[in-house]
Design a protein around this ligand. Structure first.
Ligand SMILES: [Mn+2]
Length: 388
């Protein structure tokens, strides 16, 4: 059986100030084309279909269109809700949509009710575990300590119990949305740490043939049978090194897994550029990034004037700008007093402002205010001197 595993579509999300709706539509075109080209038998979407609990209409329309096209392609599809989705909203109409072969699993109570899809070798049981927020589902699973491991273990106990009632030849697949130990996060997942613990051990999923995970946005292999597909698009610059893909899983008659990565379309490459502004503007080696979405970190010791306006002349798709002034290599070894020697209060205070604002230096009107404050202090001191 050929299974296409994807997750974390985050429909409706934008990248900095750029809407990704077109890129997400192109990805869904690619998904449907892949289903046809590779004669896929089942599509799995492991949560975070939407970026927000109440998604914008354009995202809902995109999702509606995807459902119709998957149903039209005749490919059974199993989807779960992720931590970004509203399970209740996503699950509206699930019963009716299920009749078209699109199975939305958003209710924790239905964890152990699989979607059963047969092939020439027998049945494959697909168990959809929606994102299980410990505080919300601990009663459903009757666990006392509400952590991710406790609720997922309880859900998996139900899965294994159901599986044990089925024919021995039944192969099994679980969809889950969780942070599994060994996985590598990026900057675009919402933190799900509970009581200081974010990750669950992969061992909670023991006993099934394949685990299609969602939540982490980088494609990764926790073990041969436990994988993250990652998001189809980059949602932060921390993902600039990611290769965005889906897993095409071949599940043979014994339940053994063969995995292949299917690349997703790249709307525009990402580039993280670091250096002095003049270098970024002149270095011929950066030619290849001129059409990328750019995050520029300027290392000039002093903040250059109009850096964004100058950057966009060469890199019109610059979306993020940061300042990290380069330091004298001796700097860490010099004492605080030495660093302040010979500098006036005004310049020290200006540096402090830039420091606490993450590199955004002081502007002319702020400089005037600061100078006024120092003047006041000095005047007061001089008056005191006189009156003493
Ligand atoms: Mn996600």
């Amino acid at each position: 059986m050929k299974i296409l595993h994807t997750s974390d579509w985050h429909l409706g999300r934008s990248f900095h100030r750029v809407s990704l709706l077109e890129a997400q539509a192109a990805y869904l075109d690619h998904l449907v084309a892949t289903v046809r080209d590779h004669e896929v038998d089942a599509v799995l979407v492991a949560g975070d279909v939407y970026d927000r609990a109440v998604p914008p209409l354009s995202a809902v329309q995109l999702f509606d269109d995807a459902l119709h096209r998957l149903a039209e392609a005749g490919v059974p599809t199993v989807m779960i809700s992720g931590n970004h989705d509203s399970a209740r909203r996503l699950g509206v109409g699930a019963g009716l949509i299920g009749r078209a072969g699109i199975h939305l699993r958003t209710d924790p109570a239905h964890c152990a009710t699989p979607v059963v899809i047969p092939d020439a070798h027998g049945d494959v049981a697909f168990y959809g575990l929606p994102y299980l927020e410990p505080a919300l589902v601990k009663e459903e699973f009757r666990v006392e300590r509400a952590g991710h491991e406790a609720v997922l273990s309880a859900a998996m106990d139900r899965v294994r119990a159901d599986l044990a009632t089925r024919a021995g030849s039944t192969r099994s697949v679980v969809l889950a949305h969780a942070f599994v130990a060994g996985g590598e996060p990026s900057d675009s997942e919402r933190d799900i740490t509970v009581g200081g613990v974010a990750a669950v051990p992969a061992g909670v999923f023991d006993g099934v043939d394949y685990v299609a995970l969602g939540h982490l946005h980088g494609s990764q292999t926790v073990s041969e049978r436990v994988r993250y597909s990652g998001s189809p698009l980059a949602y932060s610059f921390s993902e600039s090194d990611h290769r965005k893909t889906m897993w095409l899983i071949d599940l043979d008659d014994t339940g053994a897994v063969t995995a292949e990565r299917i690349d997703c379309p790249v709307p525009r490459p990402l580039a993280r550029l670091v250096g002095r502004l003049d270098t970024l503007l002149d270095d011929p080696a950066l030619d290849r990034h001129e059409h990328s979405w750019v995050e520029a970190t300027l290392t000039d010791p002093a903040r250059p004037a109009d850096p964004m306006a100058r950057l966009v002349e060469r890199f019109p798709h610059t979306l993020a700008l940061a300042f990290e002034p380069e330091r004298d290599p001796q700097d860490p070894r010099t004492s605080y007093a030495e660093r302040l020697r010979g500098r006036d209060d005004q310049s020290i205070a200006e540096d402090f402002v830039a420091h606490v604002r993450g590199g955004y230096g002081i502007d002319e009107s702020e400089r005037t205010v600061l100078r006024g404050a120092f003047d006041h202090v000095r005047v007061d001191d001089s008056v005191r001197e006189v009156n003493r």
